[in-house]
Design a binder for this molecule. Structure first.
Ligand code: PMP
Ligand code: GLU
Length: 427
């Protein structure tokens, strides 16, 4: 048995490491094909565009970027200091794979206070970022060929993540006229015996829409009736504006709670994208599997980042509110200014920090020598001629929209929209 394991895993590494074997392999020409699933993964469009923007900027080009969904604020000082203390107090060793007990307790307390949902520490798993939460949760839920319902427009990574775990994405499109929201009728009609789960993202990246309690209840009722899991990504829950209120799907009664896995994290609310801490909350049996999975893949999330996240969740929350207010001010400006430009329009997002710019009225028109067929054409010409980088929503499941992130300075927003107007109306 051990011998077989060795042939399958260990031996090729050893052989490949030896010079003679390596030389022999080089001479062999074509090699065995790589894994099909991994080879089919597309790089993240948001991350690629952000890299492009950073490279252009670094080479001295006067480009403005609205690509990355990342708060431009620094991580609050109390959080930074907690990390420094963790280092000086030597909290630099392995922790439990699913996170420290203190951090799990702090997550439970925050979920209770902010969402009115009750979890015990054995129902929490801490991971290296919310993206990894989604990956681990999907690995735990999905067998090869299981269908996962994904409302569009969607954040780019969901589609890839579903496929990375062998699932089949079933994309349900919601139009701007529907406020980009999935309806229970559409959900019901898409369910087959193979459907395993629904991914909900509330507030939504990229649309900024927030489901009302009633809308959520109607969707959750369908999921419970068909015994579907609800993977609810609520990472933007603290960022809602005006009189909009946030409801967690897990707060909609025991049956819904039992079917729900919450995804959340510190990246967006606490301006901590680089610290890489996310968390899952859900049924204890599922969390146990997630934790085991992590114990063989990442091991524990960074111990120092966990200490910082403990301070973020358990410490004062006033910095979150001041960031939220600033995002709201930027949203109001961007939406108003954009809607004043001929041929362009956008809905007023209710949460997160993205605006979906509708360019459908420009289709067929020529801008700076380029005929606009879709968001990709527009994004290209806007970058080349306007020196503004935004994300075409083609990779979010809708090619008539471009996503602007307003997690960037007001000065950049004013200048970016000015360049948009100059290009669309003047070119
Ligand atoms: N979910 C959504 C909807 C997001 O926009 C992001 C941003 N990358 C994530 C999850 C992942 O967050 P994290 O940086 O914690 O991995
Ligand atoms: N969530 C952010 C975005 O949509 C960060 C980049 C990424 O992870 O995709 O821009």
């Amino acid at each position: 048995m051990f011998h077989v394991e060795c042939r399958g895993r260990g031996k090729p590494f050893k052989e490949a490491a030896s010079g003679t074997q390596f030389e022999r392999m080089k001479g062999m020409g074509a090699m065995k094909p790589l894994a099909t699933v991994a080879s089919a993964i597309h790089p993240s469009a948001t991350m690629s565009l952000n890299n492009l923007y950073n490279e252009m900027k670094a080479s001295g080009i006067d480009v403005i970027g609205f690509t990355c969904g990342e708060p431009d604020f620094p991580t609050p000082d109390n959080i930074n200091m907690a990390a420094i203390r963790a280092i000086t107090q030597h909290q630099t060793k392995y922790t439990p794979a699913g996170g420290t007990a203190e951090l799990k307790r702090a997550v439970c307390k925050r979920l209770q206070e902010d969402m009115g949902v009750s979890y015990q520490p054995n129902q929490i798993v801490v991971t290296s970022g919310a993206k990894h939460c989604l990956y681990v949760a999907l690995q735990t839920l999905v067998n090869d060929g299981d269908e996962v319902i994904l409302p569009a427009p969607y954040w780019v990574s969901y589609l890839e993540l579903i496929q990375m775990v062998g699932g089949v994405p079933v994309v349900l499109h919601a139009s701007e006229a529907e406020n980009f929201k999935l309806t229970p009728e559409k959900l019901e009609a898409a369910i087959t015996p193979k459907t395993k789960c629904l991914i909900l993202n509330n507030p939504s990246n990229p649309t900024g829409m927030v489901y009302t309690k009633e809308e959520l209840q109607a969707l959750a009722e369908v999921c419970v009736r068909h015994d579907l899991y609800i993977l609810s990504d609520e990472i933007y829950y603290k960022l809602v504006y005006g009189d909009v209120t946030f409801t967690s799907v897990a707060a909609l009664g025991q049956k819904v709670y039992d079917h729900t896995i919450l995804v959340n994290g510190v990246s967006k609310s606490y301006a901590m994208t680089g610290w890489r801490i996310g968390y899952l909350a859900g049924p204890a049996n599922i969390m146990k599997i997630c934790s085991s999975y992590l114990s063989h893949s990442t091991g524990n999330p960074c111990s120092i980042s966990q200490a910082a996240s403990l301070e973020a969740l358990a410490g004062p929350q006033d910095t979150v509110e001041s960031m939220r207010q600033e995002f709201e001010r930027r949203r109001d400006y961007m939406v108003k200014a954009m809607n004043e430009i001929k041929g362009i329009s956008c809905l007023k997002p209710q949460g997160a920090f993205y605006v979906m710019m509708n360019i459908s009225r420009l289709v067929g028109k020529t801008i700076c020598g380029t005929v606009i067929h879709n968001a990709d054409d527009f994004a290209d010409v806007f970058l080349k001629e306007g020196l503004v980088c935004v994300v075409p929503c083609t990779s979010f499941g809708d090619d008539m929209f471009l996503r602007w992130s307003y997690a960037t300075s007001m000065d950049d927003i004013v200048e970016g929209v000015k360049r948009l107007k100059a290009m669309v109306e003047g070119c």
